[in-house]
Write a protein that binds this ligand. Structure first.
Ligand code: GLC
Length: 557
């Protein structure tokens, strides 16, 4: 169809945790270069790097101090150029993370703004007077507390700046045209360098109501989540998004994958339709079931049945509009196998079956590092083992609400963003082969002795081997076309924890039946059915397939 990417599988690298080449306990660009053959063998064609730019890392690089410099923790611009070139040699394109709703308070723009309120840079931010000694409105930031903070250097005045995320992440004023031009120049700098495009961070937040009216409180703290304001304004950013596309991505034929929470279904075609602002957006519909704030500790588990119903609805919605990117986890979410699957399926069998769903749904799937070996949540034994600013805030909020330390910790072990941010498990050696350092920046997953890439590379029945087969199925004929352009069709689930769907093109059908029940199910097929791939051995007999517990089958009809 429209875009060469829709037939591909993408992979997300969280650089701090991918591979450490210099023994400082933190992953880096040379570490990524050393694993390019691994990615090639996996079959992925597009790699998204979470931020690698100069940063104080208050929010792990999502607080950028210089958009055109590589943070020394990760290496140099030469390392980056080498990565681009060596990836290209292997048929892999790189996309970067575009964090343009906010920058870091260490960015020179913000420093200049604080130093001189009449400067050009002061217009790049939202700096306002308070109301009756209080912040201009009552919105709560995503990481807790007010979205307003006293402007550094002006603490004795009634002057505040806006930050939807940490106070170290001041929001950029998209309503100031010269700032937008600066951002577009920066985007073009990277595109001219040869990156294939961008994953675009938190983009819905750029829309602001410049009267800063606030919203009715949604919790006893008298505040209201900034997310509610974003949802209210979701279409307001449209003109900027259109402008950005024309000034950057479109000119370069680049791919843009937006992190866009809360897009109204009616406006979806503006986002990912033929002339949409973006090439595609992630499908976060399952994640959106858990509106975490203000009470993350009141989260409700999302079963695979609920996941199925939500994702299926979203797949049906976009069939005729465009493409979304299916995911089961990323650096902001716990591991999908631990979060969505029933207990008996939180293992390699579950990881394989879930992988079949992820890779074969319609759209360009993103695999998050470690997912392909079936990594589960890491177990944290104390709050001091966490690094994430959101995890620390959630812990505090939970304690304030009266939960015990144990209860708060148990919740973080289920929900926290650090669950999926721990190092990739490469081998059964020290630090799982991730780093030669004494201490790694985040702890290493407890099961690394058994659960690691090297062990799986030697095992044809491993999760890794199964992911390779799934990706090969999508990459190659005879099924490439149907798995790319084929319409998504929901099938009737045989039992609660079954995820059954089909892809259809020109009268042909591929069915994917993932059984997460703890017992076998019977799936009826027509006489021409052929099992193309399955995660456990199955047989077709009398037009029926018995699909064992926790197993996925791919059938061609
Ligand atoms: C996005 C990122 C997340 C970050 C936030 C603020 O949601 O994925 O990791 O904390 O934006 O930049």
């Amino acid at each position: 169809m429209s875009n060469k990417w829709w037939g591909q599988v993408a992979y997300q690298i969280y650089p701090k945790s991918f591979c450490d080449s210099n023994g400082d306990g933190i992953g880096d660009l040379q570490g990524i270069i050393s694993k390019l053959d691994y990615l090639k063998d996996l079959g992925v064609k597009l790699v998204w790097l979470s931020p690698i730019f100069k940063s104080p890392f208050v929010d792990q690089g999502y607080d950028i101090a210089d958009y055109q410099a590589i943070d020394p923790t990760f290496g140099t611009m030469e390392d980056f150029d080498e990565l681009l070139a060596k990836a290209k040699e292997r048929g892999i394109s790189i996309i970067l993370d575009l964090v343009i709703n906010h920058c870091s308070s260490e960015h020179e723009w913000f420093k200049k703004a604080c130093a001189d309120l009449n400067s050009e840079e002061a217009k790049y931010f939202y700096i306002r007077e308070g109301k009756n000694g209080c912040p201009p409105d009552n919105l709560r930031s995503y990481f807790g507390g007010s979205v307003w903070e006293k402007l550094p250097g002006h603490e004795n005045e009634d002057l505040w700046y806006l930050h939807y995320f940490c106070k170290e992440q001041p929001d950029l004023n998209w309503y100031y045209e010269p700032l937008r031009q600066k951002l577009y120049e920066m985007i073009n700098f990277w595109l001219e360098k040869g990156v294939a495009g961008f994953r675009i961070d938190a983009i819905m937040n750029i829309a602001k109501d410049l009267t800063f009216p606030g919203l009715p409180a949604d919790a006893p703290d008298g505040m209201c989540s900034a997310a509610k304001m974003t949802a209210k304004l979701s279409d307001e950013a449209a003109t900027f998004l259109h402008e950005m596309n024309n000034a950057t991505f479109k000119k370069h034929g680049a791919i843009s994958v937006a992190e866009a929470f809360g897009v109204n279904p009616e406006s979806l075609s503006n986002y990912i339709g033929k002339d949409g602002f973006f090439s595609t957006i992630f499908d976060f519909s399952a994640r959106e079931l858990n509106e975490k704030y203000p009470a993350c500790y009141r989260y409700r588990p999302v079963s695979i049945a609920k996941w199925r119903d939500t994702i299926f609805a979203s797949q049906e919605r976009v069939n005729d509009i465009g493409f979304m990117c299916p995911i089961i986890e990323n650096h902001d979410e716990p591991r999908g196998v631990s979060y969505y699957l029933p207990r008996h399926a939180q293992n390699a069998d579950g990881a394989k079956a879930f992988g079949a769903v992820n890779v074969l749904l319609r759209g360009m799937p993103f695999i998050y590092q470690g997912q392909e070996i079936g990594m589960t949540n890491t177990r944290f034994d104390s709050i001091y083992e966490f690094d994430d600013v959101a995890a620390k805030d959630n812990y505090k909020v939970a304690l304030e609400a009266g939960l015990s330390e144990r209860q708060a910790l148990d919740i973080l072990n289920i929900e926290s963003r650090d669950n999926a941010r721990t190092p990739v498990l490469w081998s059964d050696e020290k630090n799982a082969g991730f780093s030669s350092a004494q201490i790694t920046w985040l702890k290493v997953h407890q099961d690394y002795k058994n659960l690691n890439v090297r062990a799986q590379q030697n095992d044809p029945d491993s999760t890794l081997a199964f992911y390779q087969k799934l990706i090969a199925l999508k990459n190659n004929e005879p099924y490439h076309d149907i798995l790319t352009d084929g319409k998504f069709v929901a099938l009737e689930p045989q039992a609660e924890y079954v995820v059954p769907f089909a892809r259809e093109l020109n009268g042909k059908q591929i069915q994917v039946i993932a059984n997460f029940e703890d017992s076998a199910i019977v799936h009826k097929v027509t006489p021409n059915a052929q099992v193309v791939l399955s995660s456990k051995s199955v047989e077709i007999k009398d037009n029926q397939i018995i699909i064992p517990a926790v197993c996925a089958v791919v059938i061609a009809l």
